[in-house]
Design a protein around this ligand. Structure first.
Ligand SMILES: Cc1cc2nc3c(=O)[nH]c(=O)nc-3n(C[C@H](O)[C@H](O)[C@H](O)COP(=O)(O)OP(=O)(O)OC[C@H]3O[C@@H](n4cnc5c(N)ncnc54)[C@H](O)[C@@H]3O)c2cc1C
Length: 349
């Protein structure tokens, strides 16, 4: 569910539901009030001042998915297919266009390919730029951290996202593997690196930055924004020891008013970096993900919620790859849909 706290947020939430099409887009989404929220998520209502307006959008079709496990299971199945080789722990050092396709240079040798899909997170843009694609794009890497608390929630409870920001607002959710833990976050802190805690990726960031006038103007324009700037400055504090936890507590209390400083602690080893896309022609920060489709090659740059959309992207890319291979292969669209989308309950009851 996503909650709105206070009159101004309640009005915004109701507008999104009734006027902006959220209610039509998700037929099972319900607009619910305090009593129903209390039944579903008691901790969201307990200790909340009774005169503060509270509303939520709630869907009974809630899923929490461990996409790491999903990926492992897909790889395990792929390995069983004849003619499929899977190389993990094998860094790709470069992709070069040749007269008959692409040469993919790796630590374990070079593979020749008629078609390539680069899904290397923020590094995808680095590969794209090396091949002359993505010229009007740069990245604003946004690190996200979490805080852990005891078992406060039954499902995911989001706070209201600011329309202008491409990051989900702070939410609390029960850990996918351990229901006794509730996780709050993520924070959003710009960092000049492509991977968390990997100093070596500062150079990779400089590759995708571009160092031209448009990049500088874009970053200046984005970071000077009167919504984004205060948001970013506040987020710089949350990773500081002690002070960070204290500063983050109000976000937790917005979801669970009864939470105290003793209830939360920084989650070590959680989190990562979201590669937010900068449009260096329009000098703006883009919402969501980017796919660059070139000549027999695709580059996917997937900030949040790239996990939730990964199977849809895989379906689209599989169809493109079949096209790259000039009709020698087919993709079983019906089989894919039967195994995935058709298992998802779309219909209203
Ligand atoms: C804090 C945070 C919160 C998020 N919350 C959500 C959420 O609630 N819901 C949601 O749907 N999504 C969420 N996301 C986003 C989600 O994690 C990503 O969209 C998703 O992981 C992207 O998947 P990917 O496979 O495209 O890229 P990645 O997961 O980034 O994987 C890319 C892989 O490529 C590897 N790689 C890079 N370069 C090379 C190379 N040269 N050679 C070989 N391998 C290479 C990397 O090591 C990495 O393993 C969140 C992300 C963060 C950081």
């Amino acid at each position: 569910m996503v909650i709105a706290v206070g009159q101004e947020e309640v009005e915004r939430l109701e507008r999104r539901y009734h006027e902006k099409g959220f209610g039509d887009l998700y037929p099972k989404l319900e607009l619910i009030g305090r009593d129903r929220i209390a039944e579903l998520e008691p901790a969201v209502v307990e200790e909340r001042a009774p005169d503060v307006e509270l509303r939520a959008l709630y869907t009974p079709d809630g899923y929490v998915v461990d996409y790491g496990e999903t990926a492992k299971s897909l790889v395990a199945e792929a390995r069983e297919e004849s003619g499929v080789d899977v190389y993990t722990g094998t860094p790709v050092e470069g992709v070069v266009e040749t007269a008959d396709g692409y040469a993919v240079r790796t630590g374990g040798g070079t593979a020749m390919a008629d078609g390539v899909v680069v899904s290397a997170g923020s590094h995808s843009l680095q590969f794209a730029k090396q091949l002359g694609y993505g010229e009007d794009m740069a990245l604003l890497p946004i690190a996200g951290s979490f805080f852990l608390a005891e078992d406060f929630l039954n499902g995911k409870v989001y706070t209201l996202q600011m329309g202008k920001l491409p990051f989900a607002a702070v939410h609390g959710d029960a850990d996918v593997h351990d229901a006794s833990v509730t996780r709050f976050g993520p924070t959003a802190k710009p960092v000049p690196a492509l991977e968390r805690g990997e100093l070596s990726t500062v150079g990779d960031f400089l590759d995708v930055f571009g160092f031209d006038l448009d990049s500088f103007v874009s970053y200046a324009n984005i970071l000077a924004d009167r919504v984004l700037l205060p948001y970013v400055l506040r987020n710089l504090v949350y990773d500081l020891p002690e002070l960070g936890t204290r500063a983050f507590l109000p976000h937790v209390q917005k979801v669970v008013p009864g939470a105290t400083l003793e209830d939360i602690e920084p989650a070590r080893g959680y989190g990562g970096i979201r590669p937010q896309i900068v449009d260096t022609s329009a000098h703006t920060l883009d919402m969501g993900e980017a796919t660059i489709e070139g000549e027999d090659i695709i580059f996917n740059i997937t900030p949040s919620p790239g996990a939730s959309t990964c199977l849809k992207n895989a379906r689209r890319d599989a169809l493109s790859v079949v096209d790259f291979l000039d009709g020698d292969y087919q993709f079983d669209t019906a089989g894919f849909d039967a195994a995935t989308v058709e298992n998802f309950p779309h219909e209203t009851e």
